[in-house]
Design a protein around this ligand. Structure first.
Ligand code: HEC
Ligand code: HEC
Length: 409
């Protein structure tokens, strides 16, 4: 075959190049994942915020992502340098263990730096070490979306589901963790003021207020003092010496803390995934196995100054109560009124998105030990053992349907 003259060969190669390129672009377009919808993200605000609230939300968002350095006051002791590092994309923690709470029986809590083990310290300061014989409680960070809705559920609603003596005889009791508020939380805040309050936050519901949770996160997790808690989490080293960083306290203002509180308070839960026939069948299995006794699908908020939080349904799939989950999940470390085997019912909303925020690796339960939903359900013991036994006995079809339902939340 004669070799075609240059112009023709050019035309041919340009044609080939363009065809290949167009195939490539089309297939690339198919491959490219589209920008996710707001309803598929965990960092979306509740709808229609006023301008004022939107500004607070944006400032709080920046605070949440901000990484502290030593010159900004990080430490002297800390677990991580930003809220977002432990709650990536406002979801759950990336590592299987984010931090440990601990208690040394008979020890000096202040000297030990209880209740949280900070495994990092700024240069020149030694990180904390665990005293021998300590009771420890490893915890991965839960997601932070929807916490404003959780905060707005009236105490009476949560308490109405308590059945500590199991009077209905279904083997499932459930009790609230009644906790005191730190002095800096005013009575105007939910969970603030004198007396005991229903704990809602933390994996043992050991915290009743978003302000206390946030101030505690700044102080304990990052070593950042604020107007609310102006003293570092340093502890006397037995010789009367107290170590701090070189940044004057308080390191951040009350206004900054309040923006961060408002940010998490205004985060919307994600949308439900598609509700297929299999998902509907799975929802029926969920009910048949009594999962919904603890994982209550919906509770209602009470009146709130923020319309988006006022008298609205909260589809959290939790009763926010403590349940004895058996020996396998027990940490053996009591926390306020929670025993060493009790945990707060995990809200199940947003389960479908967990893997997306952890590079495909999901980690379920308080310490992230379950890699799959199947493993998480099989770990349910104690008050939930009838439910998990029922799960194990399911047909493959029903089991798959239940998992499909959970993955639609
Ligand atoms: C070192 C990792 C780490 C950092 C940093 C951190 N958190 Fe957390 N967060 C956790 C863990 C672990 C829990 C569960 C605590 C428990 O069970 O006691 C938690 C719980 C929470 C909760 C309660 C959620 C619920 O539904 O129970 C909120 C709200 C929260 N964090 C907000 C914040 C904010 C705001 C910041 C930054 C100021 C922050 N966190 C920094 C690890 C972290
Ligand atoms: C007695 C109350 C109770 C019952 C009944 C119960 N659960 Fe749970 N569930 C819990 C508690 C408490 C946790 C948290 C345990 C932990 O953190 O270690 C949990 C955690 C989970 C988790 C892990 C969520 C996460 O984000 O890590 C899934 C999934 C789950 N339950 C599904 C189910 C299903 C499905 C059923 C029915 C077969 C069921 N549960 C029945 C109390 C219950």
């Amino acid at each position: 075959m004669p070799i075609s003259p240059w112009p023709e060969r050019w035309a041919l190669s340009i044609f080939i190049f363009l065809s290949v390129a167009s195939v490539f672009t089309t297939s690339c377009e198919n491959l490219l994942t589209e920008a996710p919808n707001d309803g598929d993200l965990l960092e979306t605000p509740l709808p229609n915020l006023t301008r004022e609230l939107q500004i607070m939300f944006n400032k709080g968002d920046a605070n949440f992502e901000a990484t502290f350095s030593v010159v900004q006051g990080l430490g002297p002791l800390f677990n991580n340098a930003s809220c977002g590092a432990c709650h990536p994309g406002d979801g759950r923690g990336p590592e299987s263990v984010t931090f440990q709470r601990f208690t040394e029986p008979g020890g000096d809590p202040r000297k030990n730096g209880e209740p949280q083990l900070q495994q990092f310290a700024i240069p020149g300061v030694s990180p904390e070490s665990l005293p021998a014989g300590s009771l420890t409680s490893p915890r991965t960070a839960p997601p932070v979306f929807g916490v404003g809705l959780i905060e707005s559920i009236p105490e009476a609603t949560i308490l109405s589901n308590e059945d500590a003596a199991d009077t209905d005889g279904d083997g499932i009791s459930g009790k609230a963790n009644m906790v005191p508020a730190p002095p800096f939380v005013p009575p105007t805040e939910i969970g603030g003021g004198p007396g005991l309050h229903v704990g809602r936050f933390g994996l043992k519901a050991n915290n009743a207020s978003l302000l206390a949770q946030t101030v505690g996160a700044y102080l304990q997790d990052m070593g950042i003092t604020s107007d609310f808690a102006p003293e570092e989490t340093v502890h006397p080293l037995g010789n009367g010496v107290t170590l701090g960083d070189n940044v004057p306290d308080p390191e951040i203002s009350a206004a900054t803390v309040q923006q961060t509180v408002m940010y998490v308070r205004l985060l919307s839960p994600p949308d439900r995934g598609p509700i297929t026939a299999e998902v509907q069948a799975g929802e029926q299995v969920f009910t048949d196995l009594n999962c919904q006794t603890c994982h209550i699908p919906t509770m209602q908020t009470g009146p709130s100054g923020i319309p988006q939080l006022s008298n609205v349904p909260v589809n959290l799939y939790s009763d926010l109560l403590l349940h004895d989950m058996g020996t396998e999940l027990a940490d053996g470390r009591p926390d306020e009124q929670a025993s060493g085997s009790e945990w707060k019912t995990r809200p199940l909303w947003g389960l479908r998105l967990i893997g997306d925020f952890l590079g495909g690796n999901s980690n379920y339960m308080h310490d992230g030990r379950a890699a799959t939903l199947d493993a998480a359900i099989r770990l349910h013991g104690g008050e939930a053992h009838v439910s998990s036994d029922g799960y194990v006995a399911l047909s493959d079809t029903d089991r798959n349907a239940l998992i499909a339902f959970l993955n639609s939340l």
